[in-house]
Design a protein around this ligand. Structure first.
Ligand code: ARG
Length: 263
C-alpha cells in the first residue's frame, strides 16, 4: 500500500472552516510534529505502507490533510476543487507533485466542488461519496465517468462530520464503521442495502474520529480513545493500532485525513 503524506511544518489553526477549528485553540507545533511522526511510523510498520511525501507550504496549514488533495485512480490524479478559498492554493502543489511523477492530471469543471478522497471512499467494487457540506453531488457524476465505476452519493447532515471519511470507514466489501447521525435517512438506507456488516460507532468515539481510520488488509490505524470501535473490529479479526492525534482533531482531522491512498 502506498500513501501520500505531508509533514505538519506549516500546520496550525489559522482560519475556521469547520466547527472543530477555533483560532483561540491553537495546535502545539512540537506535539503535532511528534504525533504526525508517530503516525507515519505506525503506518509504515503496521499496515504496512510505503509513505511518499509532498512538501508542506507556508500559508497552507491544512495541506497536512492530504486526503483532500484529490483522488488517485490507476495513473490518473483527479485534482480537488476546494469549497473554501483558504484551501484552494493547495491544488496547484498537489497537481504539480503528481504531474512530476507521471500521473495524468484530470480537472473537474470548476463549478463543482470536490474534496478528493475525503469525500470518496472505495468499499470493494463500490464507491461511496459524501456531498452537501464540502463536495457537490454533480462532482460525483463526473468522477464516476472518469473512474467508469458506479458511485453511490450519500448526503451528509452534520457540520461536525463534513467529509465522508469523518463518519464512514470501509474495512472490506462487506464491513464498514459508520456514525449514523452524520447521514440523512436515505443515505443510511443506501448504506444498509449495500454493506451487510455496518457497525455503528457511539457519539463519543465518532468525536474521537473512530471512523477516520486507515485500513490496510487486516490492519487498522486510528486515534486513541475509541475502545468500543476497537473491540468490535478486534472481534471481527482486525488488528487495531492506536496512535494519539489530538493536535489534528483541533483542525477536524485524524489518521485517514492525513493520508491519501496512491495504490
Ligand atoms: N481543516 C481541514 C478542513 O476543514 C480538515 C480536513 C480534514 N480532512 C478530511 N479528509 N476529513 O478542510
Amino acid at each position: 500500500m502506498q500513501l501520500l503524506m505531508c509533514q505538519p511544518s506549516h500546520y496550525g489553526i489559522e482560519y475556521e472552516i469547520n466547527p472543530w477549528m477555533k483560532r483561540s485553540r491553537q495546535s502545539d507545533a512540537v506535539l503535532a510534529a511528534r504525533q504526525w511522526n508517530e503516525l507515519q511510523r505506525v503506518l509504515a510498520e503496521k499496515l504496512p505502507a510505503e509513505i511518499h511525501l509532498i512538501d508542506a507550504m507556508p500559508g497552507l496549514p491544512d495541506m497536512v490533510f492530504t486526503a483532500n488533495a484529490g483522488l488517485v485512480w490507476q495513473n490518473k490524479f483527479i485534482v480537488s476543487n476546494f469549497r473554501h478559498e483558504v484551501r484552494r492554493g493547495e491544488a496547484a502543489h498537489s497537481e504539480q507533485w503528481f504531474r512530476a511523477r507521471g500521473f495524468e492530471i484530470v480537472q473537474l469543471p470548476e463549478k463543482y466542488y470536490f474534496e478528493g478522497e475525503g469525500d470518496l471512499l472505495r468499499c470493494g467494487e463500490l464507491w461511496f461519496a459524501g456531498y452537501h457540506i464540502r463536495s457537490d453531488i454533480m462532482a460525483h457524476q463526473k468522477v464516476a465517468e472518469i473512474l467508469d465505476r458506479e458511485i453511490l452519493s450519500l448526503e451528509l447532515t452534520s457540520g461536525w462530520f463534513y467529509h465522508l471519511d469523518t463518519c464512514f470507514c470501509p474495512l472490506s466489501d462487506k464491513i464498514a464503521l459508520f456514525y449514523p447521525p452524520a447521514f440523512d435517512d436515505y443515505a443510511k438506507t443506501v448504506l444498509e442495502e449495500h454493506i451487510p456488516d455496518l457497525i455503528p460507532v457511539p457519539a463519543n468515539e465518532a468525536e474521537r474520529f473512530a471512523c477516520n481510520a486507515v485500513v490496510g488488509g487486516n490492519n487498522v490505524v486510528m486515534n486513541t480513545g475509541c475502545p468500543v470501535a476497537r473491540g468490535k473490529l478486534e472481534d471481527l479479526g482486525f488488528n487495531v493500532y492506536e496512535t494519539a492525534l489530538d493536535e489534528f482533531l483541533k483542525a477536524g482531522g485524524s489518521a485517514k485525513c492525513l493520508t491519501l491512498i496512491m495504490g
